[in-house]
Design a protein around this ligand. Sequence first.
Ligand SMILES: [Zn+2]
Length: 219
Amino acid sequence: MPMAIALKARCVFLGAPGAGKGTQAKKVSETASLAHISTGDMLRQEVASGSALGETARSFMDGGKLVPDDVIIGMVQARIQLPDAKSAWILDGFPRTLMQAEALDRSLGSSALTHVVYFAVPEDVLIGRLAGRRSCSKCGAIWHVEHQPTKSKGICDHCSGKLVQRSDDSPEAVVERLKVYRSQTSPLLAYYRDRKVLRELDANRAPAVVFTELLKLMQ
Ligand SMILES: [Zn+2]
């Protein structure tokens, strides 16, 4: 177990859906006291609460599409003003397009990004990870039919809730998400490489190994 450390980092975790950046962001934020800002989680909360923003977001997410830039940008800008995000944070799932990246740079001004970490994972591995993923309808725990199975099939080990496949993890939605990712997010790698903040991480390894490497990258 690594010791508690304080990282004064303002970073973006980039990577395809299923690359493991959300899991790692959660671990890093707990270890190094950074705010973990997941736009996917924020949007799912809006959808669950039935807010107007949530209803707009739902129509895009169900089809595996990206929620429009202006909606996401406004949500993130408000989030990084909150007290817990004053000095250090990880953005997970944002930016996804060049326009979002440019809007983020403008809103940060002199508090520019310190790191952009790219989680590299081959596409066939991503498809296997996503299509086998199940989540608990009661407590939200994430399982995997092969890599992290529950003791009894379809039932959550923590709360006995029923496991469901998120609509955006269905095979059709997975293929669409990876296609959207390739066309819209890949140019971000070039953008951040030019700005000399990009760090590449081989994320096709055991989570504990990836975590250790990640902390080294972020020091
Ligand atoms: Zn559960």
